[in-house]
Write a protein that binds this ligand. Structure first.
Ligand SMILES: [Zn+2]
Length: 271
């Protein structure tokens, strides 16, 4: 009786584990674009806790990438590898951060520098040196965003490349096409004028509009090489724009290393 109950419990636990962890999925090769937002400990009352990854977890994840033979790239390095002017690494990865929080500068930049790795930050250009004004402070307290001086220091180090995440972080599928076109074009222009280099990468705020053909057409016309969705997965290489926007791997604050491993190899940690 006890034996049967134990076996049943074990079967149930195994089913629960496979429902959470995607062991059964085939391994996927291609470009792993990790998506982070905030690094550090979440503030009291945060309703977006899962978007905060502690610096200890972040470091552990970056060490895992190194130990498993991944090469982290900037957008420009990816483009060069795709164009054949430099070799494509066996396991390419992009470490991306959305929004441009100052905790990226304070906590993630030193880890990447120390480990000799690269990262990419999508900036909301109107909020640089200010705060995340698009968040309702009832669900997420206002946070400091990177300053221009920090952006310039990170760019100068060669560790971080910047991309655009629009001017004001509006939902591009909920505004007029004219306004959406302005958000993608104007942010590219302002960042390029200030930083003196082309903006190669773009990420849709909330992932919105990435799969709306008219909106995506505006982002493509603005001249970005890579446009990033928040659709979960690993992007097959070589990538062509007509294959759709690049996918990403959401790294959650409550992920353990097993989740991370499955994300990197299966393109998905959980359902
Ligand atoms: Zn965002």
């Amino acid at each position: 009786m006890i034996g049967t109950a134990t076996a049943a419990a074990a079967a149930l636990a195994a089913a629960a584990a496979s429902a959470r962890w995607n062991w059964w999925r085939p391994k996927v090769r291609g470009l792993a674009s990790l998506m982070y937002h905030k690094i550090g400990d979440f503030p009291p009352g945060s309703r977006l806790k899962k978007l905060w990854v502690t610096v200890e977890d972040f470091r552990r994840q970056m060490v895992w990438l190194k130990e498993h033979g991944y090469t982290t790239l900037t957008f420009t390095e990816l483009r060069e590898a795709e164009e054949g002017t430099s070799p494509m690494p066996a396991r390419p990865a992009l470490v991306t951060f959305d929004d441009g929080y100052s905790n990226n500068y304070e906590l993630a930049f030193p880890v990447l520098s120390e480990l000799g790795m690269k990262g990419n930050i999508f900036l909301v250009c109107d909020t640089i040196g200010r705060h995340n004004a698009w968040h309702d402070p009832a669900s997420e307290s206002w946070l400091r965003m990177v300053t221009w001086a920090q952006v310039e220091e990170m760019q100068g180090s060669g560790v971080i490349e910047f991309g655009s995440h629009t001017v004001t972080h509006r939902n591009l599928s909920e505004i007029s096409l004219e306004d959406a076109a302005w958000e993608v074009r104007e942010s590219k222009k302002r960042l390029e004028d200030r930083l003196g280099r082309p903006m190669v990468g773009f990420a849709y705020p909330y992932g919105a509009g990435a799969f709306v053909p008219e909106v995506r057409a505006r982002a493509r016309e603005a001249g970005y090489r890579y446009d990033f969705s928040i659709k979960q997965g690993i992007t097959p290489l070589p990538w062509r724009p007509d294959a759709g926007p690049l996918k990403r791997l959401l790294i959650r604050g409550d992920d353990n290393m097993l989740d991370f491993h499955l994300n990197m190899t299966r393109g998905r940690a959980r359902f």
